[in-house]
Design a protein around this ligand. Sequence first.
Ligand code: PAF
Length: 277
Amino acid sequence: VLRFTKIAEIQHFLRDTGTGQTIGFVPTMGALHAGHMSLIAMSRADCDLTVCSIFVNPKQFNDKNDLNRYPRTPEADAKMLEKAGCDILFTPSEGEIYPDSSETTFYFHGVDSILEGASRPGHFSGVALVVARLFEIVRPDKAYFGSKDYQQVVIVRMLVKQLSIPVDIIAAPIIREKDGLAMSSRNALLSRDERDAAALIPAVIQKARERARTSGIAAARKLVEQAFKGHPILRLDYYEVRDAETLAPLSSLDGKPAVSLLAVYCGKIRLIDNLSL
Ligand code: PAF
């Protein structure tokens, strides 16, 4: 894997050596796991060159503690990318990505302030800022995102549409651990007890899906609230059933594609998951 830290250098390489080759891009914040590797594999299958970026983007963390404890495993990441056959690794500094204090403001018509955005104010502005910047640098033909961050995919699709960025956004299926827990870099922060308890999250969202189908959305929400009520480790932040495309609230499952989304605090660590209905 070829490694670049400077924008001018990666751009020079991609525009020169990469001429006429299709570019697949996997933006990440590192602490890579099998979920990320599935994105690399998809990109390699579709594109001539695969670029992975690792940049822990301070602007998308509304909570300083969350930023400070976010796992960083640069050596292991580089090894995994090498083994996965990734062509280029881009690890820019903060000064490289944000050279001055000017900031673009995006409007996502409220989609950025519901669900994750309600609990993490400013999070999606930060995501949009860095993704727009990275797209400008890499200019990929296709970009790959994990569906665990479902709302992020919706926001990124809105972003590329608004800015007319010529990139295909590919959402890849969630990769899960043996017990069903959605893979996440944050899982590495869980204690043994927390990790064991977290297995309840996928089990509950699965059960809730059945309940939603048989008895409706309100009954599903009740099931989820009951499942976490009084739990010593897990605390429900939200469980919502939404329009799968727009994330607009749904009052019933009237045949429209729907998605259920939830966030749960596991100790101090916030975990999210989602399931199509
Ligand atoms: O999903 C992530 O890891 C991040 O939100 C992303 C897309 C790399 C932007 O920083």
